[in-house]
Design a protein. Structure first.
Length: 94
């Protein structure tokens, strides 16, 4: 089973769980499985076109999925999927 690492801001969707295991062949199916168990994830992770939202980074075994096969990336039994919300902030202090 693959493991999703759930960041603090999204744990309200997972019932407070920091990790969730799923069985899937690829990343898109893994997100579907996560959303079927914990509704709301798909809408937070994917845009209306079904692609990762601009300010959400998805890593499969520490590799940014945007740099590889995207949501078609194969997911294996021992793989780890990290959801990392992009962080933006104020300007530099001088």
């Amino acid at each position: 089973m693959a493991v999703f690492r759930i960041p603090g801001p999204l744990r309200s969707l997972s019932g407070g769980e920091s990790t969730v295991t799923v069985e899937a062949q690829d990343l898109r199916t893994a997100i579907d499985e996560l959303d079927s168990r914990f509704p709301g994830f798909k809408g937070r992770l994917l845009d209306d076109e079904g692609q990762p939202r601009q300010f959400v980074n998805l890593f499969l075994n520490e590799e940014d999925v945007r740099q590889g096969q995207g949501l078609s990336s194969p997911v294996g039994e021992k793989d780890e999927i990290a959801i990392v919300p992009a962080v933006a902030g104020g300007g530099l202090r001088r």
